[in-house]
Design a protein. Sequence first.
Length: 118
Amino acid sequence: VQLQASGGGLVQSGGSLRLSCVASGDISNINGMGWYRQAPGRQRDLVATISKGGSTAYVDSVKGRFTIARDNAKNTVYLQMNSLKPEDTAVYYCQADYYSYSYVGSYWGQGTQVTVSS
């Protein structure tokens, strides 16, 4: 499985960005997907998740501002980020949960930088 993330960039506080993550390879065993972020000097933290059926969950700090969505036909997960704040600045990573007889674990994308200026 390969995950290719895109959509990051530099935006002013209050602005919006939409991240995309396209999955390829052996995607039939992908279940939940999510977005994580890692700011400089900090650990990688969960931002939002979405199940294969579309159930979503968010960390409190982004509720009401970020929306995770999934298009199974396009093998793509999105993160719409509105009302961005400087504290949202981080490298954002997409993640996929994978379940098969031979492997159970996570795959990660390469990360995309989001910078929010004040």
